[in-house]
Design a protein around this ligand. Sequence first.
Ligand code: C5P
Length: 243
Amino acid sequence: TTRRKKIYEGKAKILYEGPEPGTLIQYFKDDATAFNAQKKAVLEGKGVINNRISEFVMTRLGAIGVQNHFIKRLNLREQLIKEVEIIPLEVICRNIAAGSLSTRLGLDEGTPLPRSIIEFCYKDDKLGDPLVAEEHITAFNWASTQEIDDIMAMTLRINDFLSGMFGGVGITLVDFKVEFGRIWEGDFARVILADEISPDSCRLWDSATNEKLDKDRFRRDLGDVIESYTEVARRLGIMKEMP
Ligand code: C5P
């Protein structure tokens, strides 16, 4: 790989300038962080697995009409993506109580929710990505009311599709986080799915045993992080050979 301009470096990924205008290269690092980067580690091979899982998920979502930034995978750790104007929200969709929802509302982890719940957090590391309401989003112009509607509709569609996809291979989709961005088409901004969908951004439990197959293995020091991510990839039928 030649030297190219770094556009942005996050905790788990780097964005480089792409080969064409309107494109970027998304590089998946092995770095893992949790609790707003208070806990850090390098998990060898994680970037390779997440690049493949995210490619698989984005391709499948694209095929059912969920427009997203993925163009093609370039190599083990990199994918070509469309450049978007990122909307500064972490959109969380939950089917079963876990994590911060369990803590906030005192729900036992594993309690099925009466219906899927979408939450918005404002993307700001210094603030620890605080939970916000639609009121904040529109008042501070992070997204319009129409964009929030589009984001919610897309997120529910993603949830339905991914719940079925994972369910079919014996994995329960407990919750996940997605991010969206704008692509300008003249003076119209289309909202598309961006970032990644991987075991770093989802809670995935083995449907038979409730064993965690996601980043909670790292957050909670459960061990076998890479083994679990590889198991998710294996069940989806990708990465038949280990990185
Ligand atoms: O921690 P919490 O319960 O709010 O996380 C909900 C879901 O969003 C989990 O699947 C978690 O992995 C994901 N998440 C994320 N990035 C964050 C916060 C949460 O991918 N910064």
